[in-house]
Ligand binder design. Structure first.
Ligand SMILES: NC(=O)c1ccc[n+]([C@@H]2O[C@H](COP(=O)([O-])OP(=O)(O)OC[C@H]3O[C@@H](n4cnc5c(N)ncnc54)[C@H](OP(=O)(O)O)[C@@H]3O)[C@@H](O)[C@H]2O)c1
Length: 327
């Protein structure tokens, strides 16, 4: 597994990381055995970067990562968690010093550690990116509770506002074959400032694995059942904000481009790695087979310029008019 450097943090991180939302919650049932199996399989395949949040399963994925650390003491890895979504409502005032400190203490406890490798503000309102709030994070770094901090954002406008603050070392943003705009409108600025980029929702919530059809059904507690129109949180987090049937049709246009010997999921992940500004891609996985397959994407040969252009053509034709202006 090749490593890239996570911006100014200097952390070497595996090109394919691991997104721990599905083993936390809001994705239907995932047994503890499958969740731990997925984490171990990722480590076995060379993954060294795990993304989680305090709210995934109300801390479940953080505690599973603490268990992974205990079970694999000689395999070092970096854990990035997030804070802010414990607020009942997203307001700038909610990001008070008292709240930030209590969220960090809770994550330290769940992760069974004294220092968080990377704390990300979890898609807060844009007004949170100001010195009063970020100064609290600077203090937490000085106190040794955090090594680094960054942000997770919904929009390019938020990403740009966040990286004006020098303490913000990483940006997590949706980037996949159905979400190309960050490559044009954000990556150059992030690279110029040496900001690390975590590409999330890389499989468009599973759509880009090519396994779904009109008949696909999801558990009632899976966000793919209840958040297609943004009923619970930003609709961009579910199928990347692309209407399901439009996504299915675009997947059929992409399918002939999958390289021989690769799965469509691996193709989708390798496509993201073609962008040098991306530090790591963080696909979610619910079991060992998915985690191993996803990590294997890093072994695929570079895609040709013709393939890259063909993916862009599908986006421009079928997806862009629906989503490009939204995020
Ligand atoms: N606001 C935020 O900060 C935020 C929001 C969203 C995500 N994230 C982070 O980004 C990570 C990645 O995004 P995501 O998990 O939402 O979406 P994703 O990576 O696009 O899709 C993950 C889902 O795709 C399916 N899958 C994964 N690998 C597969 C494979 N090889 N073959 C077949 N199916 C496969 C699994 O679900 P099924 O098997 O059930 O189909 C899995 O749960 C998250 O885990 C989280 O760490 C952060």
């Amino acid at each position: 597994m090749r490593q890239r450097t996570l911006g100014s943090t200097g952390y070497p991180v595996s090109e394919i990381g691991f997104g721990a939302w599905p083993i936390g919650g809001t994705w239907g049932d995932v047994s503890e055995a499958d969740a731990m199996g997925a984490l171990h399989a990722a480590l076995d395949a060379g993954v060294t970067f795990f993304d989680t949040a305090d709210v995934y399963g109300d801390g479940r994925s953080e505690t599973l990562l603490a268990r992974l650390r205990r079970e694999r003491p000689s395999d070092p890895f970096i854990v990035a968690t997030k804070a802010g979504r414990r607020l009942p409502e997203q307001t700038v005032e909610g990001y008070s010093e008292a709240n930030l400190r209590s969220w960090v203490e809770r994550s330290l406890h769940n992760l069974e550690t004294e220092t968080i490798d990377l704390l990300q503000l979890h898609c807060p309102p844009i007004g949170v990116y100001r010195p009063e709030v970020l100064g609290v994070l600077d203090a937490l770094v000085a106190e040794g509770k955090l090594r680094h901090y960054g942000v997770s954002v919904e929009t390019i406008e938020e990403a740009r506002a966040a990286i004006r603050h020098p303490g913000v070392e990483t940006v997590q943003i949706i980037f996949n074959m159905f979400r190309l705009r960050p490559a044009d409108d954000f990556f150059p600025e992030a690279a110029a400032r040496d900001v690390g980029i975590l590409a999330r929702v890389p499989l468009a919530s599973g759509l880009l694995t090519g396994k779904m059809s009109r008949d696909s059904r999801f558990a009632p507690d899976d966000h793919r059942s209840f958040n297609r129109e943004g009923e619970a949180f930003d609709k961009g987090e579910t199928f990347s904000g692309v209407p399901f049937e439009v996504g299915l049709a675009a997947v059929e246009e992409l399918r002939p481009l999958v390289p021989a010997g690769a799965t469509m999921a691996q193709f989708a992940l390798r496509w993201i790695l073609m962008f040098e500004a991306v530090s790591t891609v963080i696909p979610g996985a619910k079991n060992p087979a998915q985690a191993a397959q996803n990590a294997g994407a890093a072994d695929l040969a570079a895609l040709t310029p013709e393939t890259m252009q063909a993916v862009r053509d599908v986006y421009d034709r079928s997806i862009k008019p629906l989503v490009h202006h939204l995020w």
